[in-house]
Ligand binder design. Structure first.
Ligand SMILES: Nc1ncnc2c1ncn2[C@@H]1O[C@H](COP(=O)(O)OP(=O)(O)OP(=O)(O)O)[C@@H](O)[C@H]1O
Ligand SMILES: [Mg+2]
Length: 288
């Protein structure tokens, strides 16, 4: 059974004119338990609209959403369950931090779940530790944190709900390289240690190549492509037509291949690139 599945999911925002196309249309998405699914796509392609359906924030105007095999709109209980089972961290979540302390902000979700105070406190500490926020940050105002710290505090707030699936809408957007690296590391660790399903929206192809088991490409509200890194990044020309790119190393190796070098067509990460160059050296292949 899929952890998260959508069938022909369609959404038309209310009050949009008659001629306006649906924001998303006919999306069939399937994430298996423990999988990390990355969603990529040009700005306005429908990525945020899609993920806001997964925890019942938006109600489909067509099609259905299933979490652990259950249609989330079946009844009130299933809607409530979806809100707890699927933890969504919004795009630029720091704009939605409103509590006076970081601790209260992280505790907001678990509090809504009706958990007892000591359980909430334990979860806040665990989640803060997880995202690398020192305990000394907890009494601070969220506004006194750095951009990267705010982002990690917001992710901690979702993790503290201990959802079965974690959905992150562009968690590294706008952060400096060190901030991006910290968040990628915490996602890798979270997966390694919890084995839970993660959905991640990203514009950063290096990040996608590093983290994804599966990639869904959105284009003008539709799912244009879905597959492994090899299947998706192997279609560089099609991605470029959709205003997307491939990882820089993939592009470089594509050019080397075009120049006649016998290099692999499946190089998506720096690690793969380094290993391929080492192989060429071992085999005595001369670089042009
Ligand atoms: N509240 C809204 N009301 C009406 N239309 C909306 C609303 N939010 C988004 N849209 C439209 O729905 C479409 C999809 O938007 P969405 O925000 O899901 O795209 P996105 O892929 O997340 O983009 P980005 O990469 O910029 O975050 C766009 O055409 C957008 O203008
Ligand atoms: Mg978005």
């Amino acid at each position: 059974m899929n952890a998260i599945e959508t069938q022909s999911l369609t959404y038309q925002y209310p009050n949009t004119g008659k001629g306006t196309p649906a924001a998303i249309e006919g999306i069939n998405l399937a994430a298996q338990p423990g999988q990390l699914l990355c969603i990529i796509g040009h700005t306005g392609s429908g990525k945020s609209t899609l993920v806001q359906h997964l925890n019942a924030l938006l109600k489909p105007t067509g099609g259905a959403v299933f979490v652990d095999g259950k249609n989330i709109w079946q009844n009130k209980a299933s809607i409530r369950q979806a809100r707890f089972w699927v933890g969504l961290c919004f795009q630029y979540p720091e704009y939605q931090m409103f509590e006076e302390t970081v601790e209260k902000d992280i505790a907001f979700g678990p509090k809504n779940m009706g958990l007892p105070g000591d359980e909430i406190r334990a979860r806040v500490l665990r989640a803060a530790e997880y995202v690398g926020l020192p305990e000394s940050c907890l009494p601070k105002s969220p506004f006194d944190l750095s951009g990267g710290e705010k982002r990690r505090a917001a992710i901690a707030g979702v993790m503290a709900m201990e959802p079965r699936a974690l959905v992150l809408d562009e968690p590294t957007a706008g952060l400096d390289p060190a901030g991006k690296e910290q968040i990628q590391q915490l996602i890798l660790r979270y997966r390694r240690e919890t084995g839970r399903t993660v959905l991640l929206i990203s514009h950063n192809m290096e990040e996608v190549a590093r983290l994804a088991d599966q990639i869904l490409v959105m284009h003008q509200g539709r799912a244009a492509l879905c597959g492994t890194a090899a299947e998706v990044f192997g279609r560089a020309a099609q991605l470029r037509e959709m205003g997307l790119s491939v990882p820089v190393v993939t592009d470089i190796f594509e050019r080397l291949r075009a120049a006649g070098l016998p290099v692999s067509a499946e190089i998506f990460t720096e690690e793969q690139a380094a290993a391929e160059l080492a192989r060429l050296k071992r085999e005595g292949v001369r670089l042009p």
